[in-house]
Design a protein around this ligand. Structure first.
Ligand SMILES: [Zn+2]
Ligand SMILES: [Zn+2]
Length: 162
């Protein structure tokens, strides 16, 4: 039995971070660990990870340093992925600067234009996606977690079957 570590610090134990959703305890996989390291380096206030048992999004509080915080922009526009898009402009990925990234599927977007094009595409392909994005200027932003359909994650899961 692995005891869940307290969320606020998200303490790594032998490189494995244990996170607790309401009903389950899970260890981050390698991709999630890599994203967490990036998130810490970026001093992001929090990061979301999908529970590996129920796909519920679990918010992990990371930093209380208000001077360098970056909130998620919104949901990841990749089919079958219910992750979150975050600003990774301070992080070098594959030696090319990227603007946005998703910690769940590791997709990156080089700039706003490429991300917004991906959002447009996913809404065209899966109209239920329109519920989690709002128009913002010439682009898109995410609605708040409480504004999302309750079964959003389940809807996204079903995209994998299409
Ligand atoms: Zn769970
Ligand atoms: Zn993703």
């Amino acid at each position: 039995m692995v005891a869940a570590l307290n969320l606020p610090r998200g303490t790594a134990r032998n490189q494995v971070t244990t996170i607790k959703c309401r009903d389950h305890t899970f260890e981050l996989n390698a991709k999630q660990e890599a994203f967490l390291a990036h998130a810490r380096a970026r001093k992001m206030p929090f990061a979301y990870f999908d529970c590996q048992s129920c796909s519920r999004s679990v918010k992990l509080e990371l930093s209380t340093d208000k001077s360098a915080q970056s909130a998620p922009l919104g949901r990841c526009p990749v089919a079958g992925c219910a992750g979150w898009v975050v600003d990774i402009s301070d992080i070098v990925v594959d030696s090319t600067p990227k603007r946005w990234g998703c910690g769940a599927c590791s997709t990156t977007w080089i700039d706003d234009k490429s991300l917004f094009a991906a959002v447009k595409d996913i809404i065209r392909k899966f109209p239920h996606r329109a519920a989690v994005y709002v128009r913002k200027g010439s682009g898109w932003a995410g609605v708040s977690l409480s504004g999302e359909p309750r079964d959003y994650v389940a809807q996204v899961e079903r995209e994998k079957l299409k």
